[in-house]
Design a protein around this ligand. Structure first.
Ligand SMILES: Cc1cc2nc3c(=O)[nH]c(=O)nc-3n(C[C@H](O)[C@H](O)[C@H](O)COP(=O)(O)OP(=O)(O)OC[C@H]3O[C@@H](n4cnc5c(N)ncnc54)[C@H](O)[C@@H]3O)c2cc1C
Length: 437
């Protein structure tokens, strides 16, 4: 089949891979530019497309959660991330957890083997605005592209275009004391796949004092953090109990009928169960300090850290100002998708790649965008980016995004209604998109 490359996609992360997959499966040739491994970001660890930068969790599977419905919506679009996640699953109770290595190797393989996708390993530093383009360069967009976008496309002060974010450490299972740690799912719901490290009242006090006084890796400004994913030390500084109601919450994790004062949870990171990542423990502490503080947890006193937590700039644009339905208001051939648009999270980023590609596709065919109903999570997220908002902050999947709330009182029944309505709207949408080919 002769290759005709009509669309270029910048960035081979979750959004870029999904966008390329969607378009290529519609018969549109795609040039996918990815700068790794030649040029890396401060966080990525490999040259694989679709790398997961921090946790290996795609969150809740239940259709009672917005995140579960988002997964169902993505499957309707034949999402590549959902296909590959399902082939890479490891035990995660009520959540969809993947073996990180397998996930990204498969993502990479699926994309490079697609006959209508050409992967070009190059850093993009400027855009050809005459070409159909989707920018999916993510929260870690390279400096050169960041400056180009700020000056030429977004035309905004660079300080408006980022916040700070961090990743959590990954540790070796063999270095955890399994006489002190225990497997249990919160409230015993689902399989007991989380490893829990308990702290008594006195142990928590010592741990807490060490955490709030530990040295940071650099003098990062803490005024620009994302409330939904605060570094553990930033959250701790808000009060002695902040962690106890947050990532170290002991409720539902009782052992021998006793509730510890606090619990640090670890989640399996690979198929072989040799690596675990620390849930909610994203941090910007100096490496030695991460080790020192974690070793104050009895079950972690000999812990070996395989990947340290790190802190980084997280770029996003002021979408309501410059985009409408993922399309640039000023340059109609230019689209954006992924975390750079202000959606927040792996699946939110991936799903926005699908929808932006679908919007580009309808624009390519008809010179108009066919928008997805706002009564879906994907459509609701896209709409959130359209709405002028004084303090535009990144947004994850939630039920407040859907257009028409319903007055069904029982939560389960209400969410069931949201799910069914959402799937019906997506079926109708896909039928309309299908008629364009
Ligand atoms: C530090 C950190 C931790 C995070 N942790 C989580 C988490 O645990 N769970 C979660 O749900 N979400 C997390 N997120 C948020 C978000 O879900 C992820 O960043 C997700 O990977 C975003 O997907 P994306 O496709 O938009 O960007 P990415 O997956 O980062 O993909 C962007 C791609 O573009 C490439 N690129 C960048 N600039 C250029 C250029 N100039 N030319 C060519 N290629 C370029 C990059 O190399 C990268 O491969 C985290 C974000 C950050 C920054």
């Amino acid at each position: 089949m002769p290759k005709k490359f009509s669309v270029q996609i910048i960035g081979g992360g979750l959004a870029g891979c999904e966008a390329a997959w969607f378009l290529a499966n519609k018969g549109i040739g795609v040039k996918l530019y990815e700068m790794r491994p030649k040029v890396s970001t401060a966080i990525h660890q490999s040259g694989f497309l679709g790398e997961l930068v921090c946790s290996n969790s795609f969150k809740n599977l239940s259709l009672n959660h917005a995140s579960g419905i988002l997964k169902a919506e993505m499957k309707k679009f034949d999402s590549l991330v959902m296909q590959v996640a399902n082939q890479s699953t490891i035990e995660g109770g009520t959540s969809l957890i993947v073996d990180r290595e397998t996930f990204m190797m498969k993502m990479n393989e699926m994309i490079i083997n697609h006959p209508l996708i050409e992967v070009i390993r190059e850093e993009v530093v400027s855009l050809d605005l005459q070409e159909y383009t989707i920018v999916c360069s993510g929260p870690l967009t390279s400096d050169a592209l960041f400056h180009y976008l700020a000056k030429n496309i977004i035309k905004s002060a660079e300080e408006d275009l980022y916040f700070y974010d961090a990743v959590a450490p990954i540790v070796k299972l063999s270095s955890i004391d399994l006489n002190l740690a225990y497997y249990k799912a919160r409230y015993d719901k689902g399989v007991a796949s989380y490893l829990n490290c308990p702290l008594s009242k006195d142990e928590y006090k010592i741990f807490y004092e060490a955490l709030i006084s530990a040295k940071l890796a650099n003098n990062h400004p803490f005024d620009r953090v994302y409330e939904g994913c605060l570094p553990v030390e930033v959250l701790a500084k808000r009060g002695y109990e902040a962690l106890l109601y947050g990532p170290l919450k002991p409720v539902g994790l009782e052992i021998n009928h006793q509730r510890p004062e606090a619990v640090i949870q670890l989640r399996q990171d690979d198929f072989h169960k040799s690596l675990y990542n620390i849930v909610g423990f994203q941090t910007s502490l100096a490496f030695k300090e991460q080790e020192r503080v974690l070793k104050l947890v009895p079950a972690l006193r000999n812990v070996e850290i395989i990947r340290y937590g790190v802190y980084h700039r997280n770029t996003y644009i002021n979408s309501p100002k410059i985009l409408s339905n993922y399309q640039s208001k000023e340059f109609p051939k230019l689209f954006f998708a992924g975390q750079i648009t202000g959606v927040e999270g792996y699946l939110e980023s991936a799903s926005s790649g699908i929808l932006a590609a679908s919007y580009l596709y309808s624009y390519l065919k008809t010179k108009a965008i066919i928008p997805l109903s706002r009564n879906t999570i994907m459509g609701g997220l896209a709409n959130y980016l359209n709405c002028p908002n004084q303090t535009f902050v990144p947004m994850h999947a939630n039920f407040m995004l859907v257009e028409e709330e319903v007055s069904i009182k029982k939560r389960d029944l209400r969410n069931q209604f949201y799910y069914e309505r959402s799937i019906q709207q997506i079926d109708e949408y896909l039928e309309r998109i299908g008629r364009l080919s």
